[in-house]
Write a new protein. Structure first.
Length: 158
């Protein structure tokens, strides 16, 4: 007896009717966000806080720094790539890179300065409010390095 091809089924369910199910929590609930999405939100919040701090200052130096900060690209990568030697553009904790500053290359059209944060090494050093403070500190140091400002002058209040 020959059988014809089986009709294609959308999902696989086991013999008890269980199997692929929908989401466990609604998408609007904070629990539904991944760690990467939460980390990205913390980075955007820290960048916004730094920018507001610079714009709110009365000195010309801070206003110029705020204009320069608007041209900086911020990126998040899960882990750092392989580096043979860490230059001064890499902020590290021990031997583990936490962030990297890639300044704009002179002579290249459209190349903006870029600050890359490495998510996994930062997450391993803190969580919750501790992680938010660490991200703010790392961004403050990298932005101050890029703009040529002393990080202690640049650090916004909590």
């Amino acid at each position: 007896m020959t059988r014809g091809p089986r009709p294609a089924r959308r999902g696989h369910r086991d013999r008890r009717g269980r199997g692929l199910r929908g989401r466990l929590v609604p998408a609007s609930v904070p629990m539904a966000r991944t760690r990467a999405e939460t980390f990205d939100e913390l980075v955007l919040s820290a960048v916004d806080q730094l920018e507001r701090h610079l714009v709110g200052r009365d000195t010309e130096e801070h206003r110029k720094a705020a204009r320069q900060l608007r041209e900086v690209e911020f990126a998040v990568e899960d882990v750092p790539g392989e580096f043979n030697v860490y230059d001064t553009d890499v902020l590290e904790d021990g031997q583990v890179p936490l962030a990297r500053l890639l300044p704009a290359q002179p002579g290249t059209a459209g190349a903006l300065p870029r600050i890359v944060l490495y998510r996994r090494p930062l997450e391993l050093r803190g969580d919750g409010d501790e992680l938010a403070a660490l991200i703010k500190d790392v961004l403050t140091e990298q932005v101050a390095n890029l703009l040529g400002i002393d990080p202690s002058d640049f650090d916004p209040p909590e």
